[in-house]
Design a protein around this ligand. Structure first.
Ligand code: KG4
Ligand code: ZN
Length: 355
């Protein structure tokens, strides 16, 4: 491939485009976060698709402009083709496929969650496998052991709600706006995290794993918070207790996510941890990991714009997949928009240091 690569992200409620130089250096990144969903307290799929359609042209034009590149300079186009909202995905997939065809350059569909694995390396060249990856977003909670790029052992996932979903639902219960994560984090700053003893699902008291798996569960925690909030509301005390509820909830999530990930560190013998997905932008979560991994381990976590959904991580994963010979010609696992699909190269369970 000669020339820069354009990466497109339209899986959910961010329309994003980025340009990377052929060697992977970030030249530009533009993210349009849709606000049409705010009044509904969650993403409305049909509105998301329509907004992507309206925004994709200007967002790509702004990314090219910022990079000082013309369409005709492009060497390839990568797109997040799965998983996500099908109408939203179809906008990015259809637009990028048509653009690549018109320009005569390779088109490479990539998996959104593999994109999150490739986020931190855009800012830190050392953020490469081997690592244990915790991917925590609005739709997914996954613990992976990655001995090398393209080889991912799925150690655990959520059995019900995703971590971000729990933040969003708790935010709604506390009367905070969507997306809930940043709002809960902000409110929690003035709260006491030990005021409420919320459940740590699937963890034994005092830490450690209850079962032999690495799965997560957040729906019981979410329900416990909702019940507490409803009780406080009935007593007319919710307003004064809100920050404590937010802080105690956040503390429970941080406890569960770090304990389970550190179990994976122990099992793999690899103390290099990568965080990806929107929830990884959470300050207390990062602080806890940094403290737990010091002094010998490493934590790789991108800046907020790289942790949240963005086109740059898609372009970077696209470069990797192009290097594997994937693209138009039918090689590779993804060929079209798919609402759900496993990460290419994922295998379930096995934990070996060799991979
Ligand atoms: O990765 P992402 O941008 O989109 C998906 O692929 O889902 O993640 C969005 C999720 C939302 O649930 C949002 O509430 C959560 O990430 N989030 C946070 C924070 N910032 C975003 N959760 C906790 N703390 C934050 N600071
Ligand atoms: Zn995401």
């Amino acid at each position: 491939m000669t020339g820069p690569i354009l990466g497109i992200e339209t899986t959910c409620d961010e329309t994003s485009a980025a340009i990377l130089d052929a060697d992977g250096a970030l030249a530009s990144l533009v993210i349009h976060s849709q606000d049409v969903h705010r009044i509904y307290g969650g993403v409305v799929p049909e509105l998301a698709a329509r907004d992507h359609l309206r925004r994709i042209e200007p967002v790509v034009a702004a990314a090219l402009d910022e990079a000082g590149a013309a369409r005709s300079d492009l060497g390839a186009i990568a797109v997040a083709a799965a998983p996500g909202l099908i109408g939203a995905l179809l906008v990015g997939v259809t637009w990028s496929r048509a653009a690549a065809f018109a320009l005569g350059v390779p088109w490479v569909p990539v998996h959104h969650m593999e994109g999150h694995l490739f986020g931190p390396v855009l800012e830190d060249p050392e953020a490469v496998p081997p690592f244990v990856a915790l991917l925590v977003s609005g739709g997914h909670t996954m613990l992976l052991w990655a001995p090398r790029w393209g080889r991912y052992h799925l150690l655990g996932e959520t059995r019900d709600d995703a971590a971000g979903e729990a933040f969003d639902k708790v935010a709604r219960v506390l009367g905070l706006p969507y997306p809930g994560g940043p709002a809960v984090q902000r409110l929690a700053e003035s709260g006491d995290p030990s005021r409420y003893d919320f459940p740590r699902p699937m963890l034994r008291r005092g830490g450690g794993r209850k079962d032999r798996g690495f799965d997560f569960s957040f729906s019981g925690l979410k329900t416990a918070v909702a019940r507490t909030a409803a009780g406080l509301e009935a007593e007319g005390r919710l307003a004064e207790e809100r920050a404590h509820v937010a802080a105690s909830f956040q503390e429970a999530v941080v406890d569960v996510l770090t304990a389970r990930t550190l179990d994976a560190v122990a099992a793999t013998g690899c103390d290099r941890v990568l965080l990806g997905g929107g929830v990884s932008a959470n300050g207390p979560l990062r602080d806890r990991f940094r403290a737990a991994l010091a002094p010998n381990g490493r934590l790789f976590a991108g800046s907020p714009r790289i942790s949240l959904d963005n086109g740059a991580m898609i372009a970077r994963a696209g470069l990797f997949r192009l290097g594997c010979g994937e693209g138009w010609d039918g090689k590779g696992a993804l060929h079209d928009a798919q609402a759900s699909a496993p990460i290419p190269g994922v295998v379930r369970g096995r934990v070996t240091a060799r991979g």
